[in-house]
Design a protein around this ligand. Structure first.
Ligand code: SF4
Ligand code: SF4
Length: 259
């Protein structure tokens, strides 16, 4: 039962791998405080108990890939005061949005012995393409501390303090040597949303964009640089076609380098 006065939290899954939901359980030190501040009303990954809506905060993981999903997300929206989409699947369609560039029926015929039983949409799309979303938290998976900040902000009725700057800014603050400048490694850091703490460049690897596009990314300029580093158009296209392939800036840039 919901205790009077405590906000109700719901966590919903659509087409996804569950990694973003696990970030909530992975909070460890803070989880008991979260559980003390809210009633976890619906979170099937953690508990079979289900409290009826309406819910104060809904966290939505996963993309919309079936007609049933498209209906269910509208039901979730109707029951939710704040709706936050979490992760690359929910904010950009996920890796499964690679289907959006091809004919999904051909994939189904290749994968399933009885394709006629498969009822799916032609596309994998972000939650915001279907319903109003109050905040989008990026990442594959999301950063658990950013999730905590978003939850705190929702409960306090303020805007989450999540900077929309690039991974490059995190590299500078961490004192990382730039992998692209120092040894010509291709890196999507200049166009990728911050939040991971510049994890890959800290280990001398280029960023492959798992946090999706930053605000107003200059992808054309980065692609010019990647070309100067010797990348073929097909390879440049591929670097934008991963977890956040259907995020508009990455989608548009990938199409400039091939179909
Ligand atoms: S964004 Fe990544 S970690 Fe999160 S559910 Fe999708 S595939 Fe899993
Ligand atoms: S791929 Fe980029 S955004 Fe993802 S963890 Fe690595 S540096 Fe961070």
């Amino acid at each position: 039962m919901a205790r009077r006065g405590k906000p109700k939290l719901a966590v919903w899954k659509f087409a996804s791998c569950d990694g973003c939901q696990l970030s909530l359980l992975d909070l460890e030190d803070e989880l008991l405080q979260v559980a003390g501040a809210v009633d976890i009303a619906y979170f099937l990954e953690a508990s079979r108990a289900r409290l009826k809506g309406p819910y104060d905060v809904s966290l939505v993981e996963g993309s919309i890939t079936t007609p049933q999903d498209a209906q269910r997300i509208r039901d979730v929206r109707r029951q939710s005061k704040f709706l936050v989409s979490i992760g690359a699947c929910a904010t950009a369609g996920g890796i499964q949005a690679l289907r959006n560039f091809r004919n999904v029926k051909e994939f189904i015929a290749q994968v399933y012995a009885r394709p006629e039983y498969i009822d799916t949409l032609a596309t994998s799309t972000p939650v915001a393409d279907h319903v109003r979303v109050d905040f989008e938290l990026r990442g594959c998976p999301i950063n658990k501390y950013q999730l905590l900040e978003v939850l705190s902000a929702c409960l306090a009725g303020r805007r989450p303090a999540i900077a929309s700057e690039s991974v490059c800014m995190e590299c500078k603050r961490a004192g990382n040597v730039c992998v692209m400048v120092a040894h010509g490694t291709s890196c999507l850091g200049p166009v990728t949303h911050a939040g991971c703490g510049a994890l890959c460049p800290a280990y001398d690897r280029g960023c492959y964009g798992c946090y999706g596009p930053k605000e107003t990314p200059n992808t054309a300029s980065l692609s010019d640089r990647l070309q100067q580093l010797g990348m073929a158009p097909r390879d440049i296209q591929r670097v934008y076609r991963t977890y956040n392939t259907y995020a508009k800036p990455f989608r548009k840039e990938s199409k400039r380098h091939g179909s």
